[in-house]
Ligand binder design. Structure first.
Ligand SMILES: [Zn+2]
Ligand SMILES: [Zn+2]
Length: 904
């Protein structure tokens, strides 16, 4: 055992005999599981599945465990290219079967490794601290990964596969034992844990880049970035006394930077078979495997989406060995991620995919900490007694945001480094039901399970679902219009329960995982994502093709990439009424653009259909390319003649055609038998370029084969005009389209006006940067308004940001178009949060509920839904969170509110 491990071990012992096992699962969870087993076929199915998963291991002779848990340190699962086919470049992708554990099969070309054509002829021998372990690599082929040579070791990957398989086998075996009391399952788990305890202390610290440190693991762990001597690295890489990516890809039983996934499996197994182990066995496993395992985990000072797994695994070890200090190290990490890594609105600064990855590293520890009590005899002030984790408002917001950011398909938009396939798994829906029991979560569970909720369940349900659980008749998944104040993305919804369609306007500030995509627009309707974000290509060499600005739906200025610093993102208007929904945002994505602003207005005529008006204004720069890409190849064009373009097209577009039209034109895509997507353009002085561009999407993990696809890129190019306003209308229609034509209306000052001809009448829309009084002649008469947004139709008149609008016989009058003042104070609480607003009269406050309050912090403006209002003396409070629903206030000095009104 290493020095740090010894110290930890010496400090350990005081409470080791006072742990009540099981402590990760609680005795009540086992009782609940037994009740579920008695009453529900699905529960018995879960147990049978677990038995089946471990049947092979259980049936093997005594040398099996030794073969599956080698004394030689495992490598990692990534960074193992297949030199024969180079499929899935950088990582390779292989099938591995625990019943045939000595081979890997390339999923692309089918070649079996190890393979004599590709011998592992480069050898590293750990003669000093590694007891002569030999690690081998194939010396012939290498891949230059940003200057670092990757070579493959299939044998090292095979060891990694075996060891991770056996850790999870131990956990499953122990779980079957805990449920059934059948001793042979515990015996096999014991054998596995004892074997791990024997070999683990000699597992060397290494990285999946093929670097190995032949030093005592505690020295290597603590000095991973500043080694006292050279590490061994595969030639031609040269040792530099640090691991290439520090802790990020380090490990001992693993090589992925997430040693905690291994540790938490064996810790949970130990907890469940504790009663069958002798005292000596308990000590050996606790000391040489569990506490030894925390050495590397605790050495990493960073807090990121990988180290979260490691810190929380440390906490689990603390629980099972009875070390409250380790429990606190885990808890400190856990709360850091809940309160600082996740944004104050519960969303993630990285992406839905990475948010889930972080949650994957956290939730099991959260479950264990919920209801946790420190061992008897621990009397310090911070003693935990049946700790109530789920009462915490910040953690509740994390799950809320995962719910609120879903598409109607219950998948996530593929923004930043997320995948098209990313969704909220049944296990999380189950946890949300168990811990929060909201009707919408029950309905969500019903939808994500593959069968009726009362007849279907997984392992989490077995232990946690109330045996009497039933989805209630009124439970529905309803998705709301929402602007996320920290993430700064606006979600507009349409249709019954908000499930008909979703528009997302992205004004999020640049974060390391984001794309260069400020003001990107996403549209999902009638089951189809039609304005898409391509998603994430993982470590693929061509991933920049989906990160780059022209991979998004926005205006590209001067053919340049958006900047990644100081791009900001502000909200100007967010409002959601039955017929008109609007999100209006701007950013500083281009240094040369003094205005970069997009207003999206969804005009909803209910059963007749809905269309999205997109107004994009840019000032500054020389070339403005309004760009979007079609969802699939092939479209029909009407109102414009496109012909083969001469010369080269921008953004790598091939087969470019070009054209121009003074009149509105449209392109239509056939999405399925019934559904069509039509994109209308109301042109200015511009050239249209359409061609085939990069369309591959982020489909999943690196072992998903490349899907090279080209999709139509549509560009409306304006050159030499420093100011541009692009006007477009998007409609996804099922049957007859609602929109039949468009035309500009003449309007004065800093405003745009257009008329939308529909199957059922004519609508007029005026968007303005100021609240000057304007009269606009429409085909249905004069529309008079001082609003920043006015929408007039035969059925209704909508006004925002002004005092009066008139059209036909209708009139909307508001006492103010805009309210505002200073923010006098901010109070954030677990259940309620509010800002104290200067400049508000106490009467008429109730009318503010449901509106969005804009809060300015000097450089940018964000928005919060007003969930309540209150008076305390002279103090007017605008609640942004009430009874746990809503958000904390992130800070700000001034507030304002655009008032809207409506006449039908
Ligand atoms: Zn291959
Ligand atoms: Zn993107």
């Amino acid at each position: 055992m290493g020095k740090a491990g010894s110290e930890r071990y010496a400090a350990w012992g005081k409470y080791r005999d006072r742990v009540v096992h099981p402590v990760i699962l609680k005795p009540a969870d086992l009782d609940r599981a037994r009740a579920n087993l008695e009453r529900h076929a699905w529960a018995r199915g879960v147990l049978e599945d677990m038995r089946a998963q471990v049947a092979h291991t259980l049936g093997q002779g005594p040398d099996h465990v030794e073969r599956m848990i080698p004394a030689t340190t495992p490598g990692g699962v990534g960074f193992t290219n297949c030199p024969a086919c180079e499929g899935n470049t950088i990582h390779g992708a292989y099938r591995w079967d625990p019943k045939d554990p000595e081979r890997l099969v390339c999923t692309t070309c089918g070649l079996v490794y190890p393979n004599e054509k590709y011998p592992e002829d480069v050898e590293f021998r750990a003669d000093r601290h590694g007891c002569g372990q030999v690690i081998t690599y194939h010396g012939g082929y290498s891949f230059d990964f940003r200057g670092f040579h990757l070579r493959s070791s299939w044998t090292a990957q095979i060891r990694a596969r075996k060891v991770s398989h056996m850790a999870s086998q131990a956990h499953t075996l122990a779980t079957v034992y805990a449920l059934t009391g059948e001793r042979r399952y515990a015996e096999k788990a014991r054998e596995i844990l004892l074997r791990f305890a024997e070999v683990y202390p000699n597992y060397l610290v290494h990285s999946s880049y093929g670097e190995w440190i032949d030093l005592p693991p505690h020295v290597a762990a603590e000095r991973i970035n500043d080694l006292p001597e050279d590490e061994w690295t595969i030639p031609p890489n040269r040792p530099d006394r640090r691991l290439h990516s520090g802790y990020w890809n380090s490990g001992r039983a693993t090589g992925s930077g997430m040693e905690g996934t291994f540790i938490r499996g064996v810790a949970a197994a130990y907890d469940l078979i504790h009663d069958v182990l002798t005292d000596d066995e308990r000590e050996k496993i606790a000391r040489d495997l569990l506490i030894e395992g925390t050495v590397l985990l605790l050495a990493d000072p960073a807090l990121n989406n990988k180290s979260v797994t490691n810190l929380t695994a440390t906490g689990l070890v603390g629980m099972v060995v009875g070390d409250p200090g380790l429990v606190r190290a885990g808890a400190k990490g856990f709360w850091h991620f809940v309160k600082n890594w996740f944004l104050f609105d519960g969303a993630t600064s990285e992406s839905p995919g990475y948010g889930l990855m972080t949650l994957n590293g956290m939730w099991a520890f959260g479950e264990a900490l919920h209801g946790y009590s420190d061992p008897k005899g621990y009397r310090r002030k911070d003693r935990m007694q049946e700790f109530d984790l789920y009462a915490d408002g910040s953690y509740r917001s994390v799950f809320r945001a995962f719910y609120d950011t879903l598409f109607p398909s219950l998948k996530y938009p593929a923004s930043a480094d997320s995948y098209v396939t990313t969704g909220l798994g049944a296990q999380y829906a189950e946890l949300m039901v168990v811990r929060y029991n909201l009707p919408e979560y029950r309905a969500l569970l019903k939808e994500v399970l593959s069968g009726p909720a009362e007849e279907t369940g997984g392992e989490y349900a077995l232990f946690h679902r109330d045996p009497d659980f039933a989805v209630q008749p009124g439970d529905r998944v309803a998705l709301s219009d929402a602007f996320f104040p920290a993430l700064r993305m606006g979600y507009l919804r349409t249709g019954e329960d908000g499930r008909g369609g979703t528009v997302i306007l992205d004004a999020s500030h640049w974060g390391g995982h984001h794309h260069r995509d400020s003001l990107n627009l996403t549209l999902f309707q009638h089951g189809h994502e039609v304005l898409t974000d391509l998603g994430y290509l993982w470590d693929r060499p061509d991933k920049d093709m989906t990160v780059r600005t022209p991979a998004h739906n926005l205006v590209v200025v001067d053919e340049a990439e958006q900047r990644t610093r100081e791009r900001g993102g502000s909200l100007h208007l967010f409002d959601a009424t039955p017929h008109v929904k609007v999100a209006d945002c701007s950013s500083a994505a281009y240094e040369q653009a003094s205005l970069y602003r997009r207003m999206c207005v969804w005009v909803d005529h209910g059963v007749e259909g809905a269309y999205l008006v997109d107004i994009f204004g840019v000032i500054g720069g020389k070339t403005h390319d309004y760009l979007f890409h079609g969802p699939i190849p092939g479209f029909t064009a009407e109102g414009i003649d496109l012909s083969l373009a001469e010369g080269s097209a921008p953004y790598g577009i091939r087969n470019a055609q070009s054209g121009a039209s003074a009149d509105p034109w449209r392109l239509t895509w056939r999405m399925d038998e019934q559904v069509r997507f039509t994109a209308w353009a109301l042109p200015g002085e511009e050239e249209v370029i359409v061609g085939d561009g990069w369309g591959e999407r982020g489909w999943g993990h690196f072992n998903t084969p490349d899907k090279k696809v080209a999709i139509p890129y549509v560009i409306r190019r304006r050159v030499g005009q420093s100011e541009s306003v692009f006007l477009s209308v998007f409609e996804v229609h099922h049957g007859e389209p609602l929109v039949t034509g468009l035309r500009w209306l003449s309007v004065s000052g800093e405003a745009v006006a257009l008329e939308v001809q529909t199957r059922i009448g004519t609508d007029a829309l005026i968007g303005a940067l100021d609240s000057k009084r304007r009269k606009v002649q429409t085909s249905g008469g004069v529309l008079e308004t001082d609003g920043t947004l006015t929408v007039a139709s035969s059925g209704f008149l909508y006004l925002a940001g002004g005092k009066q609008a008139r059209f036909g016989g209708r009139k909307v009058e508001l006492c103010a178009g805009r309210l505002g003042g200073e923010v006098l104070g901010i109070v954030n609480g677990n259940d309620d949060s509010y800002l104290v607003a200067e400049g508000l009269a106490p009467h008429g406050l109730a009318d503010l509920i449901g509106r969005t309050v804009l809060v300015e912090d000097g450089s940018s403006v964000t928005g919060y839904p007003v969930r309540g209002v209150g008076l305390s003396g002279d103090e007017v409070r605008l609640y942004t969170k009430r009874n746990g629903r809503g958000y904390n206030v992130g800070g700000g000095t001034g507030w304002s509110m655009i008032i809207s009104g409506y006449a039908s």
